[in-house]
Design a protein around this ligand. Structure first.
Ligand code: UFG
Length: 343
């Protein structure tokens, strides 16, 4: 019988983590979640079991707690680690920077310490396009264009996280490390059983749209229509969360092939930008609903336009998107409708 290939996914009950859990199982791995559910919902665990037909392996622990995390490493002979566990609300990070540094840096450091101790050399880090700050006129960013200062403490924790990986890999050259720089993940699993669970009022565009359409929120405010873009609203690279999840599996597989160790920073986006108004129009078209929205002032810290150069992710990881923007919007809407029956 083949031995289980256990993969630790810290923060595996979250939005991207839960979708990655499914893709890992689909690819023959055995994922083990470490997550204290502080920013997720127990429904995700129940529905992960429905989707996969397998009992979930989870340690409900704070990933910054070295002793508790060590017990998880003792229990499973991990083949690789995908490290998601982190706070991610940009606005909150400006108000409570220490909370972000303590959790996001702390969880990374503890996980890496245990990776050395237990010789788990394959490591995927959850980074963000926030490391690019505001790009120049061309708006398409390649992996070399990292800034030294991000726009928020949240962004800073991703830049520092990447710097930690650089130093760590220099000291431990056998490690195979990939930092995936996510653009804007949206959508939900096509089954409608898992998706994004914003706690409180959402910050991100898609959950704000779906919650407005379903009547949980009154009105969406479009943050500014006076940017130097075609329709005046900001442009982002929206990527289906299941495509993003698959990129993690590809990153692990890539790591397995670099026998002598490696460290790569890789964009994961579609390579296409869409404006806020385009997303709203597409949502209205697909759902045949009229969205209640108004144009408001700009949101502080927003960059006018950014999208991924995808040469590296397609070349090195042999990864391509499978879902369209319409698929992502439809899946997000199905998920929102299904959630209604849960409450
Ligand atoms: N937007 C609105 N109204 C809203 C919410 C968002 O108009 O109610 C607009 C924003 O101004 C922006 C676009 O929708 O133009 C996307 O905003 P999101 O908040 O969904 O996403 P961001 O691009 O601001 O943030 C994302 C990730 C962050 C990451 C950042 C890096 O959510 O984790 O990209 O640029 F740090």
């Amino acid at each position: 019988m083949q031995k289980d290939k256990y993969i630790l996914i810290t923060g595996g009950a979250g939005f991207i983590g839960s979708h990655t859990y499914v893709e890992l199982l689909n690819s023959g791995y055995t994922p083990v979640i470490a997550d204290d559910l502080r920013n997720s919902n127990r429904l995700v665990l129940k529905n992960l079991e429905k989707i996969t037909g397998k009992t979930i392996l989870i340690a409900e622990i704070d990933v910054t707690d070295f002793d508790k995390l060590e017990k998880v490493f003792e229990k499973y002979n991990f083949h690789g680690i995908i490290h998601f566990a982190a706070y991610k609300a940009v606005g909150e990070s400006v108000k409570e920077p220490l909370k972000y540094y303590e959790n996001n840096i702390g969880s990374l450091v503890q996980t890496l310490k245990l990776a050395i101790k237990f010789e788990v050399e394959s490591f995927v880090f959850s980074s963000s396009c926030t490391v690019y700050g505001a790009p120049d006129d061309k708006n398409e960013v390649t992996e070399e264009e990292v800034q030294l200062l991000a726009n928020s403490p949240y962004g800073q924790t991703k830049i520092i996280g990447e710097l930690i990986l650089r130093d760590f890999q220099k000291a431990n050259p056998n490690f195979k490390m990939v930092a995936l720089r996510y653009f804007n993940p949206i959508g939900a699993h096509p089954s409608g059983l898992i998706g994004e669970f914003p706690i409180g009022t959402p910050n991100n565009l898609l959950p704000y749209i779906t919650q407005t359409a379903i009547g949980k929120l009154n009105e969406l405010t479009v943050f500014g229509d006076d940017y130097n873009t075609e329709d005046g609203t900001c442009i982002r690279d929206y990527i289906h969360v299941c495509d993003l999840a698959k990129a993690h599996v590809k990153a692990l597989e890539f790591g397995e092939k670099c026998e002598n160790g490696c460290l790569e920073f890789i964009n994961v986006g579609t390579g296409k930008g869409n404006s806020v108004l385009e997303i709203i129009k597409q949502f209205e078209l697909l759902t045949k609903l009229k969205l209640n929205y108004k144009i408001g002032p700009r949101r502080e810290g927003d960059v006018p336009a950014i999208y991924a150069n995808t040469d590296k992710v397609s070349g090195l990881l042999n990864w391509r998107t499978e879902y369209t923007l319409s698929d992502a919007i439809e899946h997000a809407w199905n998920w929102e409708k299904n959630l209604q029956h849960e409450n």
